[in-house]
Design a protein. Structure first.
Length: 195
């Protein structure tokens, strides 16, 4: 814990002063460019991965970057609705990652032994398994499944119909730092390239 206290003090004395104008602007409201849905895994840092600043991303984090279908009303649904309908973000990114423990627990339920809530939660990803599942492929299929689930949310469906919202599927590889994106035309994950 001392490292966190020291970090907060360094933020107040070193980081904050260099970004004071940005934080003063953010104190009056937010207008993020994207809703970024990713895993709770401590190795994932959305702002680090995307080289963004506070205020650029509205972030939802949970085990397995899961988006339950709209029939399940919960905190994830309310955050999606707020970002898409309230903040009117123009982009939604679902970002999976290598070595995801939630996907591992879905593939091998014994890994979630004694964790009944985790076991129940990862059921929202079971359709990603397919036949003869290979771990990295299941991680990718989970991302595309969660994009499907996103489309069931009324706020997302409305904005997609209006043509002013784009959905993106990414997978981040922890060991290499590489990010791949889902290409809807080819149905494959391809290297992320410039805008």
């Amino acid at each position: 814990m001392p490292q966190f206290v020291d970090g907060a003090l360094r933020f107040q004395t070193e980081t904050y002063p260099s970004m004071a104008a940005r934080f003063e602007e953010l104190a009056h409201g937010q207008s993020p460019e994207a809703l970024f849905i990713t895993c709770s895994d401590s190795r994932i840092d959305p702002n680090l991965i995307t080289s963004t600043l506070p205020g650029d991303l509205f972030v939802i984090r949970n085990a397995g970057n899961i988006v339950p279908p709209d029939i399940d009303h919960h905190g994830v649904s309310s955050s999606i609705e707020f970002a898409v309908r309230g903040l009117r973000v123009p982009h939604v990114v679902v970002c999976g990652h290598s070595g995801c423990g939630a996907i591992g627990a879905m593939m091998d339920p014994s890994k979630a032994s004694g964790l009944p809530l985790v076991s129940e939660w990862v059921k929202h990803a079971t359709r990603a398994l397919g036949e003869d599942p290979e771990f990295d492929e299941v991680i990718q299929r989970n991302v595309t499944l969660q994009l499907e689930h996103l489309r069931t949310h009324p706020s997302v469906a409305e904005r997609l119909a209006d043509g002013d919202l784009e959905l993106h599927g990414w997978v981040y590889d922890i060991a290499s730092g590489r990010v791949t994106r889902y290409d809807e035309i080819t149905g494959a994950f391809v290297p992320l390239t410039g805008s």
